[in-house]
Design a protein around this ligand. Structure first.
Ligand SMILES: [Cu+2]
Length: 137
């Protein structure tokens, strides 16, 4: 009994220390909670991978062509971004950075060339409150 209690107190102390140690400051702003990150989405025939990702404001998504060029694009459904025909050689990239105004939004995008035939499409959720994408995105 005595030994068990001491162990529990030690564990509790460890947990409290861990809980206090993480944030690095007292700002509650979600946009400054961590450094901006880069997320890579690979373009292959004919899909985006990963298909659906979650990011935070300030983060950048970079699409990279793997394999050979087949006229892929990344095109946001409402025009927030449109790469056009930039994926001409393996390793070609296009990127978009999300801002505070994007928080809470889910962006659905597709390949202009291969959405109709192959459902080549994906989604990006910005912030923890962003809704789930439509089925297929
Ligand atoms: Cu395509």
């Amino acid at each position: 009994m005595g030994r068990g209690s001491a162990f529990s107190l030690m564990m509790l102390g460890t947990l409290l220390l861990a809980a206090c140690g993480g944030g690095g400051g007292h700002s509650m702003s979600p946009t400054t909670a961590r450094a901006p990150q880069m997320f890579v989405v690979e373009i292959d025939d004919n899909s985006f991978s990963p298909k659906s990702i979650s990011v935070q404001a300030g983060d950048t998504v970079q699409w990279v062509l793997r394999g050979s060029s087949h006229n892929h694009t990344t095109t946001e459904a409402n025009g927030l971004w449109n790469s056009g025909q930039v994926f001409t050689t393996a390793g070609a990239t296009f990127q978009h950075t999300f801002t505070d105004a994007d928080t809470g939004h889910t962006y659905q995008y597709y390949c202009l060339t291969h959405q109709a035939c192959c459902q080549m499409q994906g989604s990006i959720r910005v912030g923890d409150s962003a809704p789930a994408p439509n089925p297929g995105y």
